[in-house]
Design a protein around this ligand. Structure first.
Ligand code: COA
Ligand code: ZN
Length: 316
């Protein structure tokens, strides 16, 4: 049975785009609950400019107050050296450095050309050198909502440059749900072939309903690590049309029913997912928390028993 590993991103990718600030206490309580659900990683927050991402301006406080469970890695998104210093100070288990593979999205999101991001992130990697593992998230890797196609070779080119700098992992992000399963298969094959020794993670958004199909396409190509967001929250405030990540609980439910070892406590996860609408103050897209897992049974209507008896009598 293949073992899969999940990274929960709702408190970072999810909360960064919510219109209302989620109180610090609520964030801490949710992360503490998620820590007991079986995740390999939780992306707690981001150490970005509070002007760029005001919803995560309490990053230090959250990192200081969560209860850390052994075996769970607490990772944080970092855009520059300043963010890396804040993350190290907060004892993050991993730094998730981010840049976009589209020039336009990089300018919109990080306010600099891609080559400046590569230089800045290279400085971070050298600065951190061996102290904390580094993951690189490459955004808009399956298409940019402002530029359109991002060639696979462009994505692989950035992946290669960071692999050469000794990062532990790469996350390939479909920031606005433009990927389709055929494209994911091609990307996965190329990634596994060239970077099979690194932790490879797929980050899908379900903007066009292709999220879980993309998970399966990646899985068939050998990917065992996935980002997901409880309730299906999420989206980049600087990517037009962005909407939620794949719902963690929907993906985990699907994979568990298929027989994969997810390492997750699905019941506990669904209970946490059911609290999400109350936390953000609106409906959330995740489906399994509403429907219940597929083994959930309902009583048949009374007339079914009558019909059963009638047909049994007629047959005798
Ligand atoms: N943490 C806290 N503050 C930071 C910071 C960090 N990591 N990086 C920059 N700042 C502050 C600077 O001190 C400066 O503050 P001031 O105006 O009070 O002097 C301000 O932010 C602007 O700094 P500058 O270096 O000019 O950055 P910028 O305006 O070019 O913005 C980023 C660059 C990367 C810092 C900013 O665009 C950012 O944080 N983006 C995050 C985007 C994101 O997370 N998107 C969603 C996830 S994909
Ligand atoms: Zn995302």
């Amino acid at each position: 049975m293949t073992r899969l590993y999940f990274n929960e991103v709702s408190t970072r990718d999810g909360f960064q785009i919510e219109p209302e600030f989620i109180p610090t206490d609520v964030k801490v309580e949710l992360i503490d609950e998620l820590s007991l659900c079986g995740y390999a990683k939780i992306e707690v927050t981001s150490f970005t400019s509070p002007k760029a991402i005001p919803m995560l301006r309490d990053a230090e406080i959250v990192m200081g107050r969560i209860r850390r469970v052994p075996g769970v890695e607490y990772t944080v998104l970092v855009p520059n050296l300043r963010g890396a210093e804040r993350a190290l100070e907060s004892r993050a288990d991993e730094l998730n450095l981010v840049m976009s593979t589209s020039e336009t999205h990089n300018l919109a999101n990080l306010r600099m050309p891609r080559e400046h991001s590569v230089a800045a992130l290279t400085d971070v990697i050298r600065h951190v050198a061996g102290r904390t593992p580094i993951n690189i998230s490459l955004s808009t890797a399956f298409g940019c909502p402002m530029e359109g196609d991002v060639p696979q070779d462009t994505v692989l080119g950035y992946a290669r440059r960071f692999a050469e700098l000794g990062v532990r992992g790469l996350t390939i992000c479909d920031t606005t749900g433009m990927a389709n399963p055929a494209q994911v298969s091609r990307m996965t094959d190329a990634l596994v072939k060239e970077f099979g020794g690194l932790q490879l993670t797929m980050h899908f958004h379900n903007t066009r309903g292709m999220g879980l199909a993309n998970v399966l396409a990646a899985l068939q190509g050998g990917i065992v690590r996935f980002d997901g967001s409880l309730g299906g929250l999420g989206g980049c405030p600087y990517a037009p049309g962005a909407s939620g990540n794949i719902s963690s609980e929907d993906a985990i439910h699907m994979l568990a029913t298929m027989g994969y070892d997810t390492g997750m406590n699905l019941e506990r996860l669904l209970a946490a997912a059911r609290r999400m609408a109350g936390i953000v103050g609106h409906e959330v897209p995740g489906q399994v928390a509403k429907a219940g897992p597929s083994e959930r049974l309902y009583p048949a209507p009374d007339y079914v028993a009558d019909l059963r008896a009638q047909f049994a009598k007629a047959a005798s």
